[in-house]
Design a protein around this ligand. Sequence first.
Ligand code: HQG
Length: 179
Amino acid sequence: MADYVRISKTLSYWLRHQPDAAGLTLDAQGWTAVDDLPGALSRDGLPNDIDTLLALVEQSDKQRFELSPDLNRIRARQGHSVAVDLALAPTQPPETLYHGTVDRFLAAIHADGLQKMQRHHVHLSPDIQTAERVGARRGKPVLLAIDASGMHADGHSFFVTENQVWLTDAVPALYLRRV
Ligand code: HQG
């Protein structure tokens, strides 16, 4: 695996799920000091120079990480299982959002709607291609379209991260249709 991918997976794990594993502490909004990363990365035998880290954050295909304006702090933009408050403002969603999943989950999704499972929110994509990629992580992708404007009109809140992942608490089955 390329160094960038290994570092990215390691950072995702620390900044979303297990800061303790690297001796990191996240603040209430999920930020941690950039200066604490090199020590933790080298303990895992990973490249740890700041330039590599900054390049990775900039070039990450999905813009998973975010630096504070002064470049002193870093956080994951979404996907946490640890308690963080990303301080995202509720936002009016587009008419339709998409979710990529796989066949074996459809019966449960049909019964219970989309649930956030281990994450803090259900993750939705603004376009079909992205949803397809998300579903393809697990097998042959199956696409669901979400009536986001209908949900919003019925009082469900939506949030959008800077890298265009739409988040909501749950999607009741009545707003879902197979694409
Ligand atoms: C499924 C990655 C049974 C759901 C991706 C999904 C995305 C249900 C899985 C981001 C269910 C949860 C999020 C229900 C939902 N019964 N299964 N009621 N409701 N599911 O990984 O959306 O690389 O937590 O369909 O690219 O797959 O981490 O969510 O298959 O952007 O940056 O339960 O994670 O981004 O899986 O992926 P996940 P997700 P990163």
